[in-house]
Design a protein around this ligand. Structure first.
Ligand SMILES: [Fe+2]
Ligand SMILES: [Fe+2]
Length: 296
């Protein structure tokens, strides 16, 4: 990668945001190893995730399942969701560690320390949930995307992907953290993550907008369009990974790949994923990074 100053001290708005986020991270600091109550097991005859957030909700695949099988699927879909978090955080940590205290990230490095610390703890509590209550972490199936050749474009894509990933996760965390139908431990994991992520998402938006502004004046339109296409593919692949054949198999659904195809082809999936992606899509359109709305 060529040397590429990504941030500079003239960006006052970004500096103010970073100062504010550092202050909030210090103020809200907690010890995750003491905060969580981990019961030996969680009750099986109930929903482990909000029924409306399940991939099969509102599709004819759900119509073929009895309530017991829906409960079982909600357990394995939630384990899949937390597994996706574990893998997404590993990528995030790798990318942030690869940039902290390097040229161009001087201004953001202090806050990056907070992100690394907090994400290490998030990864720990998501992995703990999977291992304690599912006995495993589902394997990482997501394609690892190649970065662009130019350092500036690679920086932009990395921070855009990380922020989009956090927005998608937060859609679920925000709802499950306050869903009274869910077990206390499930609500707690989601609520605490939602609280921390509000800071990371604020950082993500700022840095993505900032990096794009620099890029927009340096790259030809065709290359900018290429980045837009790349992000849209990433968004589609990310939401589709929430419908997992491995989770369907563990829930006892016959022919899990066919079930997944039916879910992905259903009008409900389009509607649901549009809603999951609405907040990041709106921001990307508003800031001119997307020339048109739909993620896919
Ligand atoms: Fe996190
Ligand atoms: Fe985060």
């Amino acid at each position: 990668m060529t040397a590429a100053p990504a941030l500079n001290d003239t960006d006052e708005k970004l500096r103010e945001t970073l100062d504010r986020l550092c202050m909030m991270s210090e103020r809200d600091y907690y010890d995750p190893y003491k905060v969580f109550k981990w019961p030996k097991s969680l009750p099986e005859q109930t929903f482990w995730m909000s029924p409306e957030l399940m991939s099969v909700h509102g599709t004819d695949v759900a119509d073929e399942l009895g309530i017991e099988q829906l409960h079982r699927l909600s357990k394995w879909e939630s384990i899949n969701f937390y597994s996706l978090n574990v893998h997404g955080i590993r990528e995030l940590l790798n990318e942030i560690i690869g940039r902290i205290h390097t040229r161009g990230f001087e201004m953001a490095s202090e806050y990056m320390h907070h992100i690394v610390g907090e994400e290490n703890e998030h990864m720990w509590f998501f992995a703990t949930f999977c291992l304690k209550y599912g006995g495993k972490i589902y394997a990482d199936k997501q394609l690892r995307w190649n970065n662009a050749d130019q350092a500036e474009a690679a920086n932009f894509l990395v921070f855009a992907r990380l922020w989009i990933f956090e927005e998608i996760v937060d859609y679920f965390n925000a709802k499950m953290g306050v869903d009274q139908r869910l077990h206390e431990t499930i609500k707690q994991v989601n609520a605490i993550h939602h609280h921390d992520e509000s800071r990371h998402i604020a950082f993500g938006r700022q840095i993505v907008g900032h990096l794009y502004t620099k890029l927009a004046s340096a790259l030809p339109a065709e290359q900018l369009l290429e980045l837009e296409r790349h992000l849209k593919d990433y968004m589609r692949a990310s939401v589709d990974s929430l419908a997992s054949p491995a989770a369907y198999r563990d829930a006892g659904i016959p022919d899990p790949y066919a079930a997944r195809r039916r879910v992905l082809e259903s009008p409900r999936w389009q509607q649901f994923t549009t809603s999951v992606l609405r907040r990041p899509t709106d921001y990307l359109v508003k800031s001119g990074i997307f020339t048109e709305g739909a993620a896919a």
